[in-house]
Write a protein that binds this ligand. Sequence first.
Ligand SMILES: N[C@@H](CCC(=O)N[C@@H](CS)C(=O)NCC(=O)O)C(=O)O
Length: 227
Amino acid sequence: MEAGKLRLYSMRFCPYAQRSRLVLSHKKIPHETINVDLKEKPAWFVERNPLGLVPVLEQDDKIIYESLITCDYLDEVYPNNKLNSEDPYRRARDRIILEQNAKVVTEYYKLLRCGADDKDILESYRSKVEPLEKALKERGNFFGGNNVCMVDYMIWPWFERLPVTASMSETGVDILPDDKFPNINSWIKRMLELEPVKETMFDAESHLEFYKSYAMGKPNYNYGLKE
Ligand SMILES: N[C@@H](CCC(=O)N[C@@H](CS)C(=O)NCC(=O)O)C(=O)O
């Protein structure tokens, strides 16, 4: 490995690894990526992260894992295009939004497994998104106001994947209707215009195909790659 070179251990469809990829892209940080087979984890990977999870960052003898921690680290070490606020109160409020997002993520996976046609699960998902809708209304175009901040990138991956659950609905349910979630819906459109999002994202069909392979116990980590 080249001295000083930053390396990301990733999996192409992992929403947590996408957090790190978004921050790397936002800050244009040179790095190399190693995509790991998470079904048959190599020993050298588990040596680096005993939890056996991606993302992992490595630079010389430094190893960092847990997506949010990798992103905070990158934001401090590469201070261009700052994502975390300098203001402690704002940073604290941002973390409160991320705690709320953790609840959104839990409900998202229930939607994915049980389907958006289950009214209770759908309502529960929406109720967890509501505080995010309210926060955006107060903050503006992005959670960072006029510009993206760490919160935008940390919560984006599960909104990018929302069309997967919608496409699996037999009744064609609108998961986040515009009359109740106008700010989140506009935010999704704005996020889709950002270069780091374009660079790291997959379309709904690819996410769906990967999810189907994952649900069958045979995750196709290479889906969409050319020979
Ligand atoms: N809390 C971790 C979660 C990361 C995570 O769950 N990654 C998944 C892929 S999306 C993984 O590595 N799974 C491997 C496994 O569970 O064995 C983070 O934020 O980095």
